[in-house]
Design a binder for this molecule. Structure first.
Ligand SMILES: Cc1cc2nc3c(=O)[nH]c(=O)nc-3n(C[C@H](O)[C@H](O)[C@H](O)COP(=O)(O)O)c2cc1C
Length: 267
C-alpha cells in the first residue's frame, strides 16, 4: 500500500500515514450512541444488526431501516424484523451495501430491483439509486416503492458538506462517466472517472480491505483539497448527476414534488 500511494503523497509533499495501533471497529460505539440519543429512525447498511440491537431499538421506539442490493438481502432484512428496506440499485452514489454475496455479483439496477423487492416483501420499500427528478420518483412509486431516497441530487446543493470542487464537477461533463471502485475505502463505491482512478483501476487487487484503505485515501484527499490539486481529488457521485439542475435543497424538493404530482395526476 505504501509503495502504491507513495508517488501521490510525494507529489503533495506529505508523509505516508503511520500504522494505527488498532484497526478496531467503532460499530459498537456507534450503536450505543444511537441507543442513547434514540432518534426516530436508525438506518444502516452492510448487513443486519444483531437481534439484541434490533430489540433494543424496538423497545426505545426507534424505527429501523436496512439496505438491500438484492431480493435475498431484502427478504433477510424483513425476516430479521426491520421496519423498512432501502432497495438500492448500482446507479447510486456511495457504497454498494451488499452483505450476502459480493457487491460485484449483486449489481442490480434500481428499476429491476424495485418491482422484485416490492413483490416479495410486506414492509415498506424505499427506492434508491438514479432518482433525481419527479420522473424518477413517479417511476419508482409506479414500480411498487413506497418512498424514495436521494443522495447525489442533494450532494450538489449549497446545503451539503461537499467541497466547491466537488459540486462544480458534478455539474460538469466529467459527471457523464462514473466508475465503481474500491479506492475510496476498500469497499466498492461509485465516483466520477478521473486520472487518479484510471491510474489506480488496474491495481485494485492490491488495495487494503475496509477500513485500512481509507486511512491512505483520506490523507491523500484531504491534502489534495487543501492544496487545490483537483487531479488528485476524487469525487463520489451516482450515475444520475448529468440531469441535475438545482443548487438549493428547497428548490430541488419543490421541483421533485410538483413534477411527480403532475405525472401522477395528483393535485
Ligand atoms: C457521497 C455519498 C455518501 C453516502 N453515504 C451514505 C451513508 O453513509 N449511509 C447510507 O446509508 N447511504 C449513503 N449514501 C447513499 C445515499 O443514502 C442514497 O441511497 C444514494 O445516494 C441514492 O442514489 P443516488 O446517489 O443516485 O441518489 C451516500 C451517497 C453519496 C452520494
Amino acid at each position: 500500500m505504501c509503495a502504491l500511494f507513495k508517488p501521490y503523497f510525494d507529489e503533495l509533499s506529505i508523509p505516508l500515514p503511520e500504522k494505527p495501533e488498532t484497526f478496531g471497529s467503532q460499530f459498537e460505539e456507534q450503536v450505543q450512541a444511537v441507543l442513547d440519543v434514540a432518534p426516530p429512525v436508525f438506518s444502516f447498511i452492510f448487513g443486519i444488526p444483531s437481534p439484541e440491537i434490533l430489540d433494543r431499538c424496538k423497545s426505545k421506539g426507534i424505527k429501523t431501516i436496512g439496505t438491500a442490493t438484492t431480493v435475498d438481502e431484502a427478504l433477510a432484512l424483513e425476516a430479521a424484523g426491520v421496519d423498512a428496506i432501502v432497495a438500492t440499485g448500482f446507479e447510486a452514489g456511495g457504497h454498494r451495501a451488499s452483505f450476502m454475496q459480493s457487491p460485484e455479483v449483486s449489481l442490480t439496477g434500481t428499476f429491476v430491483l424495485i418491482p422484485q423487492v416490492a413483490d416479495k416483501v410486506k414492509i415498506p420499500v424505499i427506492a434508491a439509486g438514479g432518482i433525481a427528478d419527479g420522473r424518477g420518483v413517479a417511476a419508482a412509486l409506479t414500480l411498487g416503492a413506497d418512498a424514495v431516497q436521494i443522495g447525489t441530487a442533494f450532494l450538489v446543493c449549497d446545503e451539503s458538506n461537499a467541497t466547491r470542487e466537488h459540486r462544480e464537477i458534478l455539474f460538469s461533463k466529467n459527471a457523464n462517466y462514473t466508475v465503481l471502485t474500491k479506492i475510496f475505502t476498500g469497499r466498492l463505491s461509485r465516483g466520477i472517472k478521473s486520472k487518479l482512478l484510471d491510474e489506480f483501476v488496474l491495481q485494485e487487487d492490491k488495495f487494503a480491505p475496509y477500513p485500512i484503505q481509507r486511512i491512505f485515501f483520506n490523507a491523500l484527499r484531504d491534502a489534495a483539497i487543501a492544496q487545490g490539486k483537483s487531479d488528485l481529488m476524487t469525487f463520489p457521485s451516482g450515475q444520475i448527476a448529468p440531469i441535475l439542475k438545482y443548487k438549493r435543497a428547497a428548490e430541488l424538493f419543490q421541483s421533485l414534488l410538483s413534477q411527480m404530482k403532475s405525472i401522477r395526476g395528483e393535485s
